[in-house]
Design a binder for this molecule. Sequence first.
Ligand SMILES: Cc1cc2nc3c(=O)[nH]c(=O)nc-3n(C[C@H](O)[C@H](O)[C@H](O)COP(=O)(O)OP(=O)(O)OC[C@H]3O[C@@H](n4cnc5c(N)ncnc54)[C@H](O)[C@@H]3O)c2cc1C
Length: 312
Amino acid sequence: MPRSPIPLSRRCGKRPIRVSFEFFPPKNDEGEVALWDAIKRLEPLRPDFVSVTYGAGGTTRERTQATVTRLVRETALKPAAHLTCVGASRDEVDGVVRDYAAAGVRHIVALRGDPPGGVGSAYAPHPEGYQTTAELVRGVRRNGDFEVFVSAYPERHPESPSVDHDLDVLQAKVDAGATRAITQFFFDNEVYFRFVERARARGIDIPIVPGIVPVQNFKQTAGFAARCGASVPNWLAERFEGLENDPATRRLIAAAVAAEQAIDLLDRGVRDFHFYTMNRADLVYATCHLLGMRPEAEATPADAQLRRAANG
Ligand SMILES: Cc1cc2nc3c(=O)[nH]c(=O)nc-3n(C[C@H](O)[C@H](O)[C@H](O)COP(=O)(O)OP(=O)(O)OC[C@H]3O[C@@H](n4cnc5c(N)ncnc54)[C@H](O)[C@@H]3O)c2cc1C
């Protein structure tokens, strides 16, 4: 009988994968400590980049900038700063981009952004601002030597009439110079593979990196999913059923769910993974371990300086 090939998740040795981690800027001192604990725990995994979100309506501008510049100063990590078109003129946004360039940041995640009233409220572009994400991508490229990442929505953006429309928007962002797309999170891997297939059929050839959210808290994740148009399959809800008062088992289930999703993606050819960490390291660290990542010895400040120089 012919032997079936051994899946990558079961092969030993180094695997050709890249991971990235997303954090949000902390609101207070306690949050700052939690964020930096998570960063320090995940840094030895040598992610390809780490990204820092920009609050809805541009509300975290200073905190995002402070976190990104601290990452440049104090770590060997490559930070990618999220930036949105919301609530700011082109000049203001360009100023932020130039500040990032001057601080040594080389990666931007360019987004339209959610309206200040939050997801679901009507979106109106700033009269003097970038009108679309594609325009923002061009603006970022004009203002510095950046690699620009953008979003993608395997299950349709809540404001979009169809996945086809989302693909038109993604194409426009690629035409404007985006080099990588990161997806909204999803739980059913088929949804991701179908989306990638449709994108490839239209000639969109940039990496489309799956965004993975480990379920730290099922109720909260389900609420967030409902707002951003990600579906929560019944089988997922069932896995957390009856565990409302059992946090220890919930954590084990969450680890199993994240492992199952990541290993299936790996064995079906995915090599780039973006984790929404929610500023917590444990589940993400365990999932990366299962994917085959191992920590490297902590970089000394001199190593970090050398690596930053090499990264440009
Ligand atoms: C990886 C990732 C990171 C994110 N980070 C942040 C962040 O840091 N800060 C933040 O505030 N939000 C963030 N978001 C959320 C994002 O800002 C919202 O989903 C926002 O509503 C759309 O921004 P976008 O850049 O994805 O939009 P685009 O890619 O420009 O558009 C997304 C889709 O929305 C539809 N659409 C957009 N504009 C219109 C319109 N005027 N009329 C009709 N349909 C329209 C289109 O179908 C389009 O495909 C992130 C999302 C992802 C996937």
